[in-house]
Design a protein around this ligand. Structure first.
Ligand SMILES: [Zn+2]
Length: 492
């Protein structure tokens, strides 16, 4: 009895001594590296400005906020002060622009059927059936290719590298991403899957906006991102089923000419000043001003990637159309113009019901044109041909709130709260390809949402504004003529 408890006590003491040793060794091992940055990274000095947070600083340097925290051990993110010096670990610049690529296992090895062999590193939450679905493969095929699994799907382990014959791999490859170029089962056969390569300054919501999808769409396809949305970093791959066709991206060096400013250069490349600054990874500061002859790094968008050109077609016909009849919360136009696919009609009713749940009172929703009974050309519209488009009046206040025909929205008659909630209810069906809203109306909605505490991530994800009306970004985008109604296109 006595002997047993004594040996247990000894064992406990021995274990805590070992733990201390291991701890000391880990501490030394960390210290042996130069500061908190890892190999391949370099520390950039940064002086905290008023209003800064770790996430803001991270964004400006094109890294995740977890990296800013790691760069400053001992600094409490909640108590940084203006003027304080901190460090940010960024990836080392290298002479060739594609250096981050070479580290990756990017196979161009075909494995038949137009598929490519990819090496996937297992992360938390992965299962064989999930991977099979994500890569357009099958569990039996993955089991066959990986002897480490020994024919048993439950042998999957975090950190394990699996060979998967999937529908991404490199038929098209350039800076900015890659794709097999054929429609993917993962994307519901609507588009090929696209693998986006993160550039400095991008965060999950800006990547989502680039392809007109939501953050949750990215999390569904990228389980490691879902676990750590803050750990996004340049060079990382993100899988996406794009609703906005991907564009090739070129990294160019812009040599500053005299008279140029950050904003004129940003404008030249169709960027916001904030994006242009983030590309410089903290090496150029907004307050510094530019010198003639200085070079800036720019990631410039080029042509649409082959294979994605026809994501969206305005033309078509409708078969098996369903008529939307007026309901207690909405009015419709003539019955000859209110035909849609059964999915469209169901989603319109669902979105309006969800909106009414949140916004009691207010006028009836004004539903405008959908399609003709058999679809096809529907002048003066260019679209509204295949039963997946619908026009909806903005919610107004004042004398025109009940007016049936559409009335132009202005700051004096616009019900921003109800209009925002109505558009959001449509987007929240998760079946919306885009919503066309005139740019000045976007600004009213954006300002309202921001004033009500909607997060910057959600604003950046949903709105094209304030990137400029020519920019393809966000689900809510400008198209001229949408000043008295918005236009919803549902996904196929
Ligand atoms: Zn329309």
């Amino acid at each position: 009895m006595f002997a047993a408890s004594r040996s247990r006590r000894l064992a406990t003491r021995w274990a805590s001594a070992m733990a201390a040793l291991v701890f000391a060794w880990l501490f030394l091992a960390t210290e042996a590296q130069a500061g908190p940055c890892r190999s391949g990274e370099t520390a950039v000095d940064y002086t905290v400005k008023s209003g800064d947070s770790f996430s803001k600083i991270a964004h400006a340097h094109g890294v995740g906020s977890a990296i800013v925290e790691r760069s400053n051990p001992g600094v409490d993110p909640r108590s940084i002060r203006p003027g304080q010096e901190i460090k940010v670990c960024v990836e080392k610049e290298s002479s060739s622009s594609g250096s981050s690529k070479s580290k990756k296992k990017r196979s161009r090895v075909s494995c038949g059927g137009g598929n490519y062999l990819v090496e996937h590193e297992v992360v938390r939450g992965d299962t064989l059936s999930k991977l099979a679905r994500d890569y357009g493969s099958s569990t039996s095929s993955i089991l066959r290719r990986n002897s480490s699994l020994d024919g048993d799907a439950s042998r999957i382990r975090v950190g394990q590298t699996l060979k998967i014959c999937g529908d991404t791999g490199g038929a098209h490859e350039g800076i900015g991403g890659r794709s097999s170029g054929k429609k993917s089962r993962t994307c519901g056969m609507r588009t090929p899957i696209w693998v986006h390569e993160v550039v400095p300054g991008e965060i999950v919501s800006s990547v989502a906006a680039r392809y007109g999808v939501r953050r949750r769409d990215l999390y569904r396809l990228n389980s490691s991102l879902a676990n750590n949305p803050n750990l996004i970093r340049p060079g990382q791959d993100i899988r996406v089923c794009p609703e906005i066709a991907p564009r090739e991206r070129k990294r160019v060096e812009h040599k500053v000419r005299s008279g140029e400013s950050l904003s004129t250069i940003a404008k030249k490349y169709g960027l916001t000043t904030r994006e242009l600054l983030a590309f410089q990874r903290g090496k150029v500061k907004a307050s510094d001003g530019l010198r003639a002859g200085q070079t800036l790094t720019v990631y410039e968008d080029g042509r649409v990637v082959p294979g994605f050109g026809a994501i969206d077609s305005d033309e078509g016909t409708l078969s098996g159309g369903v008529l939307l009849r007026s309901g207690s919360y909405y009015t419709t136009k003539a019955s000859s113009l209110s035909w849609g696919t059964s999915k469209t009609i169901r989603l319109i009713q669902k979105a309006i019901a969800a909106y009414r749940q949140r916004s009691k009172g207010g006028p009836k929703v004004h539903v405008g044109d959908i399609s003709r009974k058999a679809g096809g050309p529907f002048p003066p519209h260019r679209s509204h041909q295949h039963g997946r488009d619908v026009d909806i009046g903005y919610v107004l206040t004042g004398e025109h709130r009940e007016t049936q025909r559409f009335v132009r929205a202005s700051s004096s008659n616009f019900d921003a709260m109800r209009s925002y909630r109505l558009i959001k209810a449509f987007i929240d069906t998760n079946e919306v390809q885009y919503v066309f809203v005139d740019y000045y109306v976007q600004k009213m909605l954006y300002d309202y949402a921001k004033s009500r505490g909607v997060s910057q991530d959600t604003l950046e994800e949903l709105f094209q504004y304030p990137r400029g009306k020519g920019r393809s970004a966000g689900i809510i985008r400008h198209w001229k003529g949408h000043d008295d109604h918005f236009h919803v296109r549902f996904r196929r």
